[in-house]
Write a protein that binds this ligand. Sequence first.
Ligand code: NAG
Ligand code: NAG
Ligand code: NAG
Length: 397
Amino acid sequence: MATLTSSLFLLLSSSFLLTFFVNAYSTTNNTTQLLSNYIHKTPKNNKPHLNTIDSCRRAQTKWAANPHALADCSIGFGKDSIGGKHGKLYIVTDPSDDAVNPRKGTLRYGAIQREPLWIMFKRDMVIRLENELIVNSYKSIDGRGARVVISNGPCITIQGVSNVIIHGIRIHDCKPGKAGLVRSSPDHVGHRQGSDGDGISIFSSSNIWVDHCFFARCADGLIDIIHASTAITISNNYFTQHDKVMLLGHNDQYTADKIMRVTIAFNRFASGLTERMPRVRFGYAHVVNNRYDEWKMYAIGGSSNPTILSEGNYYIAPNDDNAKQITKREAKQSWKNWKWRSTKDVFENGAYFVPSGYGSCAPNYSYTQSFNAVRANLVPAITLNAGPLSCVVGRAC
Ligand SMILES: *[C@@H]1O[C@H](CO)[C@@H](O)[C@H](O)[C@H]1NC(C)=O
Ligand SMILES: *[C@@H]1O[C@H](CO)[C@@H](O)[C@H](O)[C@H]1NC(C)=O
Ligand SMILES: *[C@@H]1O[C@H](CO)[C@@H](O)[C@H](O)[C@H]1NC(C)=O
């Protein structure tokens, strides 16, 4: 009941906020003012330890009877990702894999179907994929209720599709895929050139939501978002033990990435990470309410004039005096015009953010995409549950 009340409260206060936001927008160019209007000020008697996604999900006490309702809990640019919301439930019973002729009951058999499907797992399992898993549109891969690991083989590819939700999966030690045949739908097997070894590679895709997953130690990036992908939310994930964490934008020539809009919220960038949390090219990233435990080189970087709003994050710099700076621009000159802004962030252990550019950096969320950023000093509390959750049938998850 408490969570229900607080989510109702959040719902009401977000519409209140939006009114503010829209009004502020039409009447001023003052960024400081716009951002302070947009940020929700938590009332004294309301102490959220759940972020807006988690309080939405926790209110769904019958999660096992209606897992599809999770699709309603996203926020930010990936809000409209419905995944397999309107599809049947598909239960993975078999952890084995065949990249060309997947057997019924395996993850791949469900993931390649053309119809919408909400995919869950009958029991705990470790899946070692034979080659990259090519996920078709309108799929949710939902690990609640089981301990599901995808590791020690190629991992997930989301290419040329829309509406994919990935929730509660442990993804680590991903390896490059070999060149060869991989099935991408019931009636199509394609020749693949071999994948890079990303945890999740999002390529020319839109309306994607990755929530409460665990990522570590992959051959390439943990998450790559490239080739004009957009409308994406990366939330509540736990990242650890990796060099190049998250790449947004293919390369410095690929201007089609200008359309990219990504929300990175409520994640925990935990120990053993080096750089790219994220590294952005051309597009827009709203990096909000994440916890950074440390980094070896830098936290947020980019090239090719990306726009970055860092809001209400909790940054703890490493002890290395040469690595206190959060930001890194890969450019010799002209970066002074790039719009990179920090607002309401908390800086610990000497961390500092170098801002640049003029004019608004606001995400301009629609009514349904907008949400309440909490005060940065609450971020350690709201990111405590980052990564996969332990969910028991009959209890709130
Ligand atoms: C805001 O700034 C833009 C560009 O700098 C300018 O064109 C516009 O007139 C300004 N609007 C207001 C309300 O000052
Ligand atoms: C913008 O708004 C802030 C907060 O209201 C104010 O302190 C600041 O002076 C304003 N800046 C300009 C250029 O008007
Ligand atoms: C929001 O609108 C402002 C003003 O037009 C713009 O500068 C900014 O880039 C927009 N943000 C996004 C995410 O499109």
